[in-house]
Ligand binder design. Sequence first.
Ligand code: 1CP
Length: 370
Amino acid sequence: MLLNDRFLKACLGEAVDQTPLWLMRQAGRYLPEYNATRARAGSFLGLAKNPAYATEVTLQPLDRYPLDAAILFSDILTIPDAMGLGLKFTAGEGPSFNHPLRTEEAVKKLRVADMDQLKYVFDAVSEIRKALVQDGKQRVPLIGFSGSPWTLACYMIDGSGSDDFRHAKTMMFSRPDLLEHILEINVQSVAAYLAEQVKAGAQALMIFDTWGGLLPDGWYQRMSLAAMQKVIALLPREHDGRKVPIIIFTKGGGLWFNDMAQIGADVIAVDWTMSLSRARKQLLEINQLLALQGNLDPLILFSEPKQIAAAATALLEDLAKAPALKSGLHPLDGHIFNLGHGINQFTPPEGVSALAETVISQSKALRAKQ
Ligand code: 1CP
């Protein structure tokens, strides 16, 4: 029933005809049609909390580019919002919370998010699934997502975006018991949230650990990785007779790549600090046969189309020279092309067309060579 299942196949380490492509934050402010819908919705939250608008913007990048997956249009901050922290978006300043967790009393009052408060997200998932169907067939699979327990804790404690998440890290160093209490509640919330997304129709799941890279070695494993491992252990691995692949992403986590490979995920998304050939070799060394996702520097998309094409080609050629994940596969199999982080809001939309054309043509040409 899936017209295009390249993305799911690549996640599970199966052979494909060309490398699947999607982009973190593929729906968003770099697209004029997104800005037009957001203006109609009145605000970011008005958009994200309305399943009809969320569906509309989820499909926008798929109508413009030949992408191989859709990602639910929502935000990682929906969970702390449902916990009662009071999410607001101030124009030009980004998200913030009215009630950040700054005292022991506030931390002890925190409860697992009520899934009824997040019904608008699950409604969006089922509406997007329906909208993806064309002539009785689903165009591409739908990815559901959540922030990691640690990354959510960063926003919950600091109360907004930050360069260093000073309050979250101060709590970690001075009162690790309080942070661990928050993380435990986040683990339960994230697992319930992702499981509900699967029930509503999400066909793969991604956990965004955007701020894991702020942690010292040792603390990362204890505070971020361990919590993601607990989430993964709680998740359904199959739905409707199909496997539901899990993708994990720690921005700045290259040093911990081998640790990340051992917590039960199917795919590791890497940022641009590590080459895919090196990542593939490390996976084979430790015999963890996970797929890879990534990892073009998103700022490449500000260059000329020729330069974008050269960078994407170089990335594919690097992986094509690495050993295959399993015998019988091409080295390019078991890879989902993506950026190393979300697409920048000022990206010229034409840059993405150059990228998509190159990924299709070069990943086919390199496969034909062997
Ligand atoms: O004004 C606007 O229109 C808001 C911009 C915006 C968008 C388009 C925000 C606010 N969130 C989103 C959507 C979003 N966020 C998606 C779905 C879109 C898609 O992928 O197509 C996803 C997956 C996210 C995830 C997200 N939100 C992350 C993790 C991924 C990453 O990029 O690192 C994080 C850290 C957030 C928090 C957040 N939400 C929005 C902003 C501006 C931020 C960053 C805040 C900060 O740290 O300063």
